[in-house]
Ligand binder design. Structure first.
Ligand code: FAD
Length: 347
């Protein structure tokens, strides 16, 4: 076989491989970073097949949390039988467990082994009750097992967001950025900041419950990092004030220049109780909405980019402020409701 034929044979194999795989992972270590954050390190030989080509950035994974006292369903076997998600949903509710979304905080290679850190927010009431994922994390011990659904290293080889569906960070040509999020977005914002190069500037705002939740983030970039400790204040109040202060109207002038200031129309409302708030440049570039939002201006072509994630109603408020009041081009912002107050994650 010539080198060219070998290469195209490899490409064909990769093209037909699934983008995601199920990984039966084991808890290797548990570390309390603060009263809010618990870092759980997952390992397992299967993780050799886990990964993306570049930095993990805000790479999301799904975890299937097993019902108390039971094993995780065999998602790998379901993937072999077709639409695993429908098969999983069709299982008896007592047996299928709960699926929840988390961020890969760090991926480490230790010799031949891969380890993944996930930082869980422990949102528990005084009786220690929370959602299934939070309760599971609070009780997790080395040796416990869950199923992780994440990128297949040999298929998710493209570095750009959109090529693999689990990464949203996509600043394009922007050199001035805004990152804003609550505690659930701290792992993603931290990983993004760690990956940013020197020539990126801007602001990062991270709202957390308490000063003890503040973590060390190392970045080569010129992004100014501000931690906002809620200390009993309502969720999102500090975050919203900080974003309003950083991106002011009228007369907001940033490195982005006047180009981003046009527009200013009311974004269509999102019922955050009934649906998931998820609006990203990639989605807006998709044909179905392209005609209504700045047609002819592809995402990633402007000097300013913002990434906002956290409680859905807070994110919706920031979306309205940035898009309607400031006039930021929606194709330059990713708005993501990571959770909804009073509502469990769907599935
Ligand atoms: C792309 C993405 C990445 C994410 N990354 C992370 C991550 O790295 N770390 C992380 O901790 N979370 C992360 N989240 C958020 C996480 O998925 C939700 O918080 C999830 O609801 C937790 O599941 P649960 O089973 O504990 O609670 P659920 O069963 O979903 O909810 C039960 C109750 O708890 C409330 N609740 C849920 N989350 C919180 C919270 N954080 N604070 C207060 N109340 C809450 C709900 O409103 C509901 O009333 C991410 C979400 C997305 C979409």
């Amino acid at each position: 076989m010539t080198e060219m034929t070998q290469r195209s044979a490899r490409r064909t194999a990769a093209d037909t491989e699934p983008m995601v795989l199920a990984f039966d992972v084991v808890v290797m270590a548990v570390q309390d970073l603060s009263a809010t954050f618990r870092r759980i390190t997952f390992g397992g030989a299967c993780l050799e097949a886990f990964g993306v080509a570049g930095d993990s950035l805000d790479l999301r994974i799904k975890l299937i949390i097993p019902p108390a006292g039971r094993e995780c369903p065999d998602i790998t076997a379901m993937m072999g039988r077709g639409n695993w998600y429908q098969l999983w949903l069709g299982m008896d509710a007592e047996e299928r467990g709960s699926m929840r979304t988390y961020t890969v905080r760090t991926t480490r290679r230790r010799g031949p082994h891969t380890e993944i850190d996930v930082d869980f927010v422990l949102h528990l009431d005084d009786d220690g009750r929370g959602g299934p994922a939070s309760e599971w994390a609070a009780a997790a011990r080395p040796g416990d097992r869950v199923c992780m659904i994440g990128p297949n290293a040999s298929a998710a080889q493209c570095r750009t967001a959109g090529a693999y569906g689990g990464i949203e960070w996509s600043p394009g040509l922007a050199q001035h950025v805004l990152l804003a999020g609550d505690e659930t977005a701290v792992p993603a914002i931290s990983a993004i900041l760690e990956a940013l190069p020197e020539d990126i500037s801007g602001s990062a705002f991270l709202e957390v419950p308490d000063v003890h939740d503040i973590q060390q983030i190392v970045t080569r970039s010129a992004v100014a990092i501000t931690w906002l400790a809620r200390r009993g204040r309502p969720h999102g109040v500090l975050l919203e004030a900080a974003v309003r202060d950083a991106v002011r109207v009228p007369g907001w002038v940033s490195l982005s220049g006047p180009d981003v200031m046009q527009g200013g129309s009311e974004p269509e409302d999102v019922d955050v109780d009934g649906t998931i708030l998820w609006e990203t440049p990639q989605l807006l570039d998709a044909a179905i909405v392209q005609s209504t939002v700045n047609p002819g201006r592809p995402s990633g072509t402007q000097p300013f980019y913002a990434w906002i994630a956290g409680e859905a109603a807070v994110v919706r408020g920031l979306r309205r402020y940035l898009v309607r009041d400031v006039g930021v081009d929606r194709k330059q912002v990713a708005f993501m409701g990571y959770w909804r107050k009073g509502r469990a994650e769907l599935a």
